[in-house]
Structure formats: structure tokens, C-alpha cells
Design a protein around this ligand. Structure first.
Ligand SMILES: [Zn+2]
Ligand SMILES: [Zn+2]
Length: 379
């Protein structure tokens, strides 16, 4: 019997976006595996082009969406007085979160800026929160969880036990709990914070939607697919087309997972295809949301023994694999590799099936090596 796709899922919204070059035999017709161009990109702030320019990892596309971390940090300092913590965490143009190396660089810069501020200084506390969040995004959920727990007493002291800032921290912390496999604890915390948010009239806010998506992750991980599906239906019904597309993609990804969990595979395929198309269009092929959507699509193919199609769907993940320099493995990328490795195992079992796309032995070795490395780093 072929192995079923893994149902473990994670919800930290980021993956590394560094370029990667994987050597493959060009004659084998592998799709989507290759190098990012060697030309240096141009910083959208100072307009210089050199090797220090990195992708912002937000929703900006084309010539925008690249900057020197130092230039973007300078811009964040200037914006901070107007927009607060968002200056450091999300793009002022497309309003999506920075991800990948840019996220890590900005969080270091902000920590450095606030190093001499008092323990209860709001900017210092939010820089610590962002630091923990960035750790989780980079696949270090255990470190993130420790940082959240260390910061919580200071947050409660500075802002008040039931303050929005404390609720934010708890919401992020529940994501790290999920990523660390503590799903029951995550769910209990999410329910507690959602109840507080409801009492404050914060239903249908961005905070509410994000936290609800995290709760859906907990339910999915616990195998409570029907309940997760109901939660997601209620969420999307309440937004009536006005929700940010980042949220729509997140909700669709989880909806597809619910349907897969319930073995409603046709519907799951349909939702996954729609999600991948939207994520590609809005965020581009390398964005974490797109990687996540492709993994779900691949898992759907795998559930029907279509290993070749699963691997094809994952070609964007192979493209997004981080460079040897960053050495960062995101939890989502690791899940994608699990799916890819399962697809390879399955494909070998079904090698004679004509509907399977033929994937070379060289590709198999590449993916296995990646999977092994990602598994090691996540242990
Ligand atoms: Zn610059
Ligand atoms: Zn942007």
C-alpha cells in the first residue's frame, strides 16, 4: 500500500525566499527546478543594485519587493511613529507580512534599536514579540515558544492581563504550540483568547480571523475535520469579499485540508487548484502561501496515487528551497518535502502506471537529501 499523505500541518506564515540552484539533468525535463537569475536585484529604496539586496517576501511583485535590509530598517524607523509595530513587520505598499531573510534581518535591526530601552518599553516588547515570531517562521518553534513564555509576564505587566497586546502574544504563542505538536494546549489557549476577543467586540477583525485560522490548524491536527470546516465556513461567510487575499488564501488552504481529511477528494482538489491559482497570482510562485497551497494540492494528488502530479505541484517548493547560506528550514517547507518524499516512494511503487509523470532518479536523490536535512533540522 502506498503511504497516505501526512496530515501534520503548521501555520507560521513564512518560508525562506532565498535563491537556490539544484543541479539536475536538463534532459529529464524536470519542471520548476532551477536557479534564480544571477543578476543583482535593485533596492526599491536607494535604487542601488548589489548582492546585499534581498526579497521582501511580501506580496509585492516584479521590480518592487526587493530592498537592502538596512534601507528597509531605515524606512521602518521613519514609519514607526505613524503606524507602530507594523512598520517593522509588514510592507507599507502591499500590506502583507515580510517573510524569509528580510523578516529575520528586520527583527534583528529592531531588537538592536530597542536594546537599551526599559524592560516594559512598548517598542522593546513588540520587538521581542516579533523576534519570537520570526524564530517560529524560520522553523525554530521550540525557541519561539520559550521566547513567548519569557516575554509574557512583561507584556502582562506593561499592557494589562486582558489587553490586546497580551492577546496578540497568546495568539502567536498558540501557533508555536501547534508547530511544536502541542495541539490540545494550543486549542485551549485559542478558545480562551477568542472568548476574550468576543467580549471586547473584536469579532471579524483581522486578529479574529488569524486566530481562528490557527484554531482551525489545531482542529485539523487533532483530526476534527468537520469542526474545522464549520469554523472556516463561518469565517469566510462573515467577510463577504472584503477580506484581504492573504486571509482568503489561508482559509482556502485549510478548507482543502478539511476536505482531504474527510476524504471528499474531488471537492478538495477543486479548492486546492483554486487556492494555488490565487496564491500564484497574488503572491508569486515562491511565496510561503504559495508553497503551502502547493503542498496541499500535492497531498491531494498523493491521496489518489498520482505521484507524478504531486511532484509537479511541488516544483515551486523545490524552487523556494533556501540557499546553503541561510541554512534555514521552514516548517512548511519540511512538510512539503515530506509530501515529496512520499510521492517518490509512491511513484516507485506505481512506476509502470502510464498516468504517472516520469521523474528521474536524480530528482529523487535531490528530494530525499532535502527531506533528510529538513527532518534533521526540525528535530
Ligand atoms: Zn538600498
Ligand atoms: Zn509588499
Amino acid at each position: 500500500m502506498p503511504q497516505s499523505p501526512p496530515m501534520r500541518w503548521v501555520s507560521s506564515p513564512a518560508a525562506p525566499t532565498g535563491g537556490v540552484c539544484i543541479e539536475v539533468d536538463a534532459d529529464k525535463g524536470t519542471q520548476g527546478v532551477g536557479c534564480r537569475g544571477t543578476d543583482a536585484e535593485t533596492c526599491g529604496i536607494c535604487m542601488e543594485a548589489d548582492a546585499a539586496v534581498v526579497a521582501q517576501g511580501c506580496g509585492c511583485r516584479g521590480t518592487t519587493g526587493w530592498a537592502h535590509p538596512a534601507c528597509l530598517a531605515q524606512a521602518a524607523r521613519a514609519r514607526y511613529g505613524h503606524v507602530g509595530a507594523r512598520a517593522w513587520t509588514q510592507c507599507g505598499v502591499c500590506r502583507h507580512l515580510f517573510t524569509g531573510p528580510m523578516q529575520g534581518a528586520l527583527c534583528q535591526a529592531w531588537l538592536e534599536d530597542t536594546r537599551d530601552a526599559g524592560d516594559l518599553d512598548p517598542a522593546r516588547l513588540h520587538a521581542r514579540l516579533f523576534h519570537a515570531f520570526a524564530q517560529n517562521c524560520a522553523g525554530r518553534c521550540g525557541d519561539a515558544l520559550r521566547l513567548y513564555r519569557e516575554a509574557l509576564p512583561a507584556f502582562e505587566c506593561a499592557f494589562g492581563t486582558d489587553s490586546p497586546s497580551v492577546m496578540s502574544l497568546q495568539s502567536y504563542m498558540s501557533v508555536a504550540m501547534n508547530d511544536c505538536g502541542q495541539h490540545e494546549q494550543a486549542l485551549a489557549l485559542q478558545d480562551a483568547v477568542l472568548a476574550k476577543a468576543r467580549a471586547l467586540g473584536a469579532e471579524h477583525t483581522g486578529f479574529w480571523r488569524d486566530l481562528s485560522c490557527s484554531k482551525a490548524d489545531s482542529l485539523l491536527a487533532l483530526g476534527r475535520f468537520h469542526q474545522a470546516g464549520q469554523l472556516l465556513t463561518g469565517l469566510t461567510a462573515g467577510t463577504a469579499g472584503e477580506a484581504p487575499r492573504g486571509f482568503v488564501v489561508k482559509a482556502l488552504i485549510r478548507t482543502a485540508l478539511c476536505l482531504q481529511g474527510e476524504r471528499r477528494l474531488d471537492e478538495a482538489d477543486h479548492v486546492a487548484d483554486e487556492t494555488v491559482a490565487m496564491a500564484r497570482q497574488v503572491f508569486g510562485a515562491r511565496h510561503p502561501y504559495t508553497v503551502e497551497a502547493c503542498s496541499v494540492q500535492a497531498a491531494g494528488h498523493l491521496a489518489r496515487q498520482r505521484a507524478g502530479l504531486a511532484l509537479q505541484a511541488l516544483s515551486c517548493v523545490l524552487d523556494a528551497w533556501p540557499s546553503e547560506v541561510t541554512q534555514e528550514v521552514n516548517a512548511k517547507t519540511a512538510v512539503a518535502f515530506e509530501v515529496a518524499a512520499s510521492a517518490h516512494r509512491q511513484q516507485r511503487a506505481y512506476a509502470k502506471e502510464e498516468s504517472c509523470l516520469q521523474v528521474s532518479q536524480a530528482d529523487y536523490c535531490v528530494v530525499c537529501a532535502m527531506y533528510t536535512r529538513s527532518a534533521q533540522r526540525n528535530n
